[in-house]
Write a protein that binds this ligand. Structure first.
Ligand SMILES: Nc1ncnc2c1ncn2[C@@H]1O[C@H](COP(=O)(O)OP(=O)(O)OP(=O)(O)O)[C@@H](O)[C@H]1O
Length: 412
């Protein structure tokens, strides 16, 4: 880690070996405890398997890697390579505000999810609580044809919590537009203190006073229109236990659903789009359906190397109130525990999926085909040994990274 230098982690640099719109990265470099920081070495890495990180394609100069050096992602349970994922086009989103024929579904060119082994669709008919007029609210101009980056890395800083304030810990992170500076206190050999500054640049950096609405606008909102156009997008948060991942992720699916429903009922009205909802967790290496009494699921790979989640219940949804209920039900079922840094710590990885499907030629007898998908992943908290207490032992995950305690990353 270059003291005083700035490292930029942007969509440009994060074009690593993870399929479009699904990526993880995180970590922090060589922090020393001071205020909100923890002591320990660390590195920026990109990995879907936290225990076996792969570095950024951009290379780590400190580790003697060249920028072009390619890094392998180790296969893991959440190996997103295995998903058949379309790239979000860098160019203008095609088909937005165009007629249905532009999608090519009539010619059978749409996403084919026929080999995705989801469970039986369960219709949950509920009277819509949100008036049609709400859906018909015009979408902002910027959503009509906004170019969307393949990967966007956003950092959110949370305020110091009561415990940190009571211990008179200092806030050592300064934020300026899309960059942040960490002030690391070090000791010279004669034991006098000095401060080393570490600068980092991201696609966006959100300060502690930023609302969840603003987080949504910065991260998920721009990709919502693209999922109507053969795109699978993933948003997830990554960071140390207690850094605010769940706080950040929880409101996003409902906000996205609201926009999706609005698009379905307005822009794509009468075009046969349907919204499906599913929610499962990965806990201790096993999969559980959070909407079906935590029944055990199997993740399998089919002959085309596509990942199938066998037995996962998908619910067709058409109103926000139902989606809200499903989200609450899933969250309530999710495995939690207590860590030294967070009383209610997520102990599992939770994956919430909003799938857009469409009937081919309006044919009711054929199952609808996948048009696009938006996934939200709230990763389980990771902690240093020092953050682990007795309660953690059953549940803790073996992450080998170190973090600034009150910042985390959101990827979209
Ligand atoms: N931006 C924020 N503003 C105010 N409070 C926050 C913010 N972020 C997090 N918090 C609070 O900090 C605590 C820890 O947050 P949260 O549970 O989201 O962390 P986490 O990263 O998901 O932890 P874990 O990985 O252990 O599940 C919660 O009480 C939450 O309300």
């Amino acid at each position: 880690m270059n003291a005083g230098g700035r490292r930029r982690y942007t969509s440009e640099q994060l074009l690593f070996d993870v399929p479009a719109n699904a990526a993880t990265a995180g970590g922090a470099g060589r922090w020393t405890q001071r205020g909100g920081l923890r002591r320990g070495d660390g590195e920026i890495f990109v990995s879907v398997d936290p225990a076996t990180p792969a570095r950024l394609r951009g290379g780590d100069a400190a580790a003697g890697e060249s920028p072009g050096q390619k890094h392998q992602l180790s296969p893991g349970l959440l190996d997103l390579h295995a998903f058949d994922t379309e790239l979000i086009p860098d160019f203008q989103v095609q088909g937005m505000y165009d007629g249905a024929e532009k999608f090519g579904y009539a010619n059978g060119e749409g996403f084919d999810d026929s080999d995705m082994s989801f469970g039986t669709d369960k219709k949950m008919s509920k009277s819509a609580v949100f008036a049609e007029s709400n859906y018909l609210k015009a979408f902002p101009e910027k959503e009509k044809a906004a170019p969307v980056a393949k990967i966007k890395v956003v950092v959110r800083k949370r305020p110091l919590n009561k415990k940190e304030i009571s211990k008179k810990e200092e806030d050592i992170i300064d934020i300026e537009q899309n960059s942040l500076t960490v002030h690391e206190t070090k000791l010279k050999v004669d034991l006098t203190e000095y401060v080393e500054k570490h600068g980092f640049v991201f696609d966006a950096v959100l300060d502690e006073d930023v609302s969840n609405d603003e987080v949504y606008r910065e991260t998920v909102e721009p990709v919502v229109p693209a999922i109507f156009n053969r795109t699978k997008a993933t948003c997830f948060a990554y960071g140390q236990t207690g850094s605010g991942k769940t706080y950040t992720m929880r409101p996003l699916p409902l906000k996205a659903s609201q926009d999706i429903l609005r698009l379905m009922h307005h822009t794509y009205r009468n075009q046969g789009f349907q919204l499906f909802f599913s929610f499962f967790e990965i806990y201790g290496g096993k999969l559980y359906d959070l909407l079906n009494e935590r029944s055990k699921l199997c993740m399998r790979e089919d002959g085309k190397q596509k990942v199938c989640i066998v037995g996962l219940q998908e619910y067709r949804v058409s109103d926000l109130e139902t989606i809200k209920e499903l989200i609450e039900r899933g969250n309530a079922t999710r495995s939690t525990g207590t860590t030294g840094a967070n009383e209610e710590s997520s102990r599992s990885h939770a994956i919430l999926q909003l799938a857009i499907k469409r009937r081919v030629d309006g044919n009711e007898s054929k199952p609808p085909r996948l048009a696009g998908k938006l996934s939200f992943i709230d990763l389980a908290g990771s902690e240093r040994g020092a953050d682990t207490n007795e309660n953690d032992k059953q549940t803790r995950l073996s992450y080998k990274t170190f973090y600034v305690r009150n910042i985390h990353y959101v990827f979209c």
